[in-house]
Structures are given as C-alpha cells and as structure tokens.
Design a protein around this ligand. Structure first.
Ligand SMILES: [Zn+2]
Length: 447
C-alpha cells in the first residue's frame, strides 16, 4: 500500500448554548431542540470567524433545553476562585486539592468521615475530572466529582458545616462545526480535525451513495460537518447526530441536511430531495475492491476463465458485514463455493448475496427481517476463497448486476413538496448558511 503523508487542516468552531427557562414536555422537547438549534445559527453566523487566529470561537446561543440546573457555573463573585483539574496517577485527594489551591482540613475531615463523600477515595482513577470553588484563604466552597455516568457527587460548605449529595449530571447542548481536508483517508483527516469516530461513521454513511470512500477520494477533497453534541458538568463532550455536512469530492460539492419532518427526521439534499440511500454502496465500511464485476475472469482456484458475477471486497476476517437495505433473509447457510452465505430479498425483485462469511450475526435465520445497516455476518474465507474477503452480488430479477454500476437504485426516500418543502427550506436555511460560512472561511484559510 502506498504511504501518503497525512496532513489535514482543521477548522473548528464551537457554539455554546445556554440554559433555558423554557419548560416543555419531553415529547415536545426533542422537536424544539432541532428548531431552536437551527434558529441559533443565525446568531452564530453574525459573529463570523475571527480571521487569522486559531479559530476557536465561542458563541452564546439562546436556550434550547430544559437543562438540569448545575451549580458549576463559574462564579463571578470577587474572592471566589473556580477551578477544574483531574486526578493524576498517584494523586491523593489532599494532594489534588492542594494543587487546586484548597487548604481546608475541615473539608478533608468531612470527606474522610461522611459515608457518601468518602466514596470519592474509591474513584480516584487517573483522568477523572474534579471541579471546585474556593475562597482566597483556601476554604473549599463546593466540590463536584463525577460519581457515575449520570450522577455527580457534590460536597458543599453550608455555613461552618459540610454536606454531601448526589445530583443528576447536567448537560449543555452544543453544535460543533468542523472542516477538514483529505490527504489520505477520511478517518485520518477526521482525526486531524478532532472529529469523533461516531461522527466520521455517520459522515461516511451519509455520503456513501455518492462517494466510494476507498476508490473515489482525492487529496485535496474537503468536508465540513455540523453536528450536535452535549457537554457535561466537566466539559466532557458526547457527539450526537450530524445536522448538516458537505463533501467536496473531485471538485464537486455534495450536501446533506437533517430535517426533523415526520418520521423521526431524515437527510435531504439542500433542495429537499430525500437522500437516504436505497442501497448502501458497500456492505463493508472502508473495504477495498479486490476483484470487480466482470463478464469473464481467470478463477484463481479453479484455474479456469469464469465470469465474476459480483465484487470481492477485501477486509480482515471478522469485519462486520451489513445489510445494504431493508430485507428478508431468503437464505443463510452453506452453499458450495460460496461457503457460509446469506441471500437477502429486498423490495422490487432485488436481492443481494454475501459469501465466504466466517460467521453469521446472532439470530440471523431464514425469514428474519433485517434493516439497512444491520450487521448480518462477518468477513471470512469459507468456501472457495484464497484469502479473507466478502463476495457480494447484486441481483435484479435473479440476474447479477454490477453492485457499483448504474443499475443500482440510488435514493429511497421521496422528495419534499408543497408545504413540507417550504417548512424544510425555512428550517434548513440557517444550516445551509453555516455550510456556506464554513466553506468561505476554509477557502480563505487554505488557499
Ligand atoms: Zn467473488
């Protein structure tokens, strides 16, 4: 394999959203989140990106969600110091607090003796965040420590006494904007841009109908992505779904925006054309075509010229294989030559075949229903195979077609029209503006 130097420029913008006074029932809330997020973009855009600096701009947006009140907001009170640090290897609690400027024997004594508070000693693993406020004389006011995924331990000074309690972890919704430039692979560029893997996977899936991420990528291709994230009391960020993305492949820009319409939301082109792939471009993420679809080829084992009525996708044994579309399992078992093989029956007389599998997914059997993207089995080399790969066939009316050819239907979802389309255009206009803004600044920066 060729070695290409990886060098991705990343441009990140952070948008912080504030606490809301809005209270809404849970069901209304999720719809509102998207709407208000989008409204917020207008505000964010007005700030623009600080030219020439290292690009981390914090925008404060209007409120979004009924967020659990947190006591962690840094106090602007004079004489009160707020600080966050983390447990270092070998730290004692006293050493850690001392590093943060806390000099408070009474607080330490309380933590040692209070049943709830002393739990902190068992959880002092390196990397754990801790947040405190203290007075100038070293008196601890509150201390916050992550107890579990959803609980924070709070130790507070109440007058001359201390008190320990657990509160639900508060979170702040954010929208994160990032862009990158491809030098070798999408994952390398995404890594460089600080994009979490979960977002990169979404990105590749989002564009997989149009771009084959192994064969179509070119150095200099760029991408921009706007995604949701939540940030907890200790500034740890969890990525959510992509709201908008652009991929410029070989000079051609493709965009996708999320619209929270009827069925739980979906992705569209910026003109409101449904962009959900009818069939994923490949049943394996980031595979490599080792043998294409050909009328004839020399079979490496049978030593004869034979048609190759599918494509071979090279991937290590155990790599998950996913269903390219919703389907019913027509066959899952052993067939000569194919080894462990699955045949899926899709709508409109289309079926797909997955051969040489090392194993089937749990619960996969004839007649089972699978959804697009579900793992159905794992790459292997059962049957006639010289090495681990997936043999993949795409059949229309029982006849094999090139899975990467033009016979494969592209988009499954329908386009928006009428009122739905005007709602879509209104709701997504800020996202489009954001993509324009990211691209504008990216060009300014990289050219
Ligand atoms: Zn094959």
């Amino acid at each position: 394999m060729k070695y290409i130097k990886i060098c991705a420029q990343a441009l990140s913008r952070w948008i912080l959203t504030q606490k809301s006074t809005v209270k809404a029932s849970d069901s209304r809330l999720s719809g509102m989140v998207a709407t208000v997020l989008m409204m917020g973009f207008g505000v964010a855009t007005a700030f623009g990106i600080t030219p020439g600096t290292d690009t981390r701009v914090v925008h404060i947006l209007p409120v979004i969600e009924d967020i659990t009140q947190s006591n962690l907001t840094p106090a602007a009170t004079p004489g009160i110091y707020s600080q966050q640090d983390q447990v270092h290897s070998g730290d004692t609690l006293a050493a850690l607090l001392f590093r943060m400027g806390v000099d408070d024997q009474a607080a330490l004594e309380f933590i040692r003796t209070n049943q709830l508070a002393r739990g902190i000693y068992q959880q002092m693993s390196p990397g754990k965040p801790i947040r405190i406020q203290r007075r100038a004389n070293g008196d601890l006011i509150p201390l916050h420590f992550p107890r579990s995924e959803d609980k924070t331990l709070v130790i507070e000074r109440i007058g001359a006494q201390f008190q320990a309690s657990e509160i639900a972890v508060g979170s702040i919704h954010r929208v994160i904007h990032t862009s990158g430039t491809i030098q070798s692979s999408l994952f390398a560029a995404a890594d460089n841009a600080g994009i979490p893997d979960s977002v990169t996977h979404q990105l590749s899936r989002l564009f997989s109908t149009d771009i084959d991420f192994h064969n179509d990528l070119r150095a200099g291709d760029t991408f921009s992505v706007v995604y949701e994230a939540s940030q907890d009391d200790f500034d740890q960020i969890k990525a959510g779904k992509i709201l908008a993305a652009e991929f410029v492949n070989k000079g051609v820009a493709i965009r996708r925006v999320f619209f929270d319409g009827v069925n739980g939301g979906d992705y569209y082109t910026q003109d409101g054309i449904g962009a959900r792939a009818s069939f994923l471009r490949s049943p394996i993420e980031f595979s490599r075509v080792t043998s294409g679809f050909r009328a004839e080829r020399f079979h490496p084992i049978l030593k004869t010229w034979r048609a190759h009525q599918g494509i071979d996708l090279g991937a290590p044994t155990g790599t998950p294989v996913v269903s390219v579309a919703n389907a019913t399992v027509a066959f899952a078992g052993w067939r000569n030559g194919y080894g462990n093989v699955i045949e899926l029956r899709h709508a409109n007389g289309i079926s797909t075949v997955y051969g040489h599998l090392s194993a089937f997914a749990n619960g996969l059997r004839n007649g089972a229903h699978v959804r697009q993207g579900d793992v159905i089995g794992y790459v292997g080399m059962t049957g006639l195979a010289t090495g681990p790969h997936l043999h993949y066939e795409f059949k229309i009316g029982g006849i094999q077609h090139d899975p990467q050819g033009h016979d494969v239907p592209r988009y499954a979802s329908t386009s928006l029209t009428g009122r739905a389309k005007s709602q879509f255009l209104a709701a997504t206009a800020p996202l489009i503006k954001e993509l324009d803004a990211i691209r504008g600044s990216a060009l300014a920066k990289f050219e």
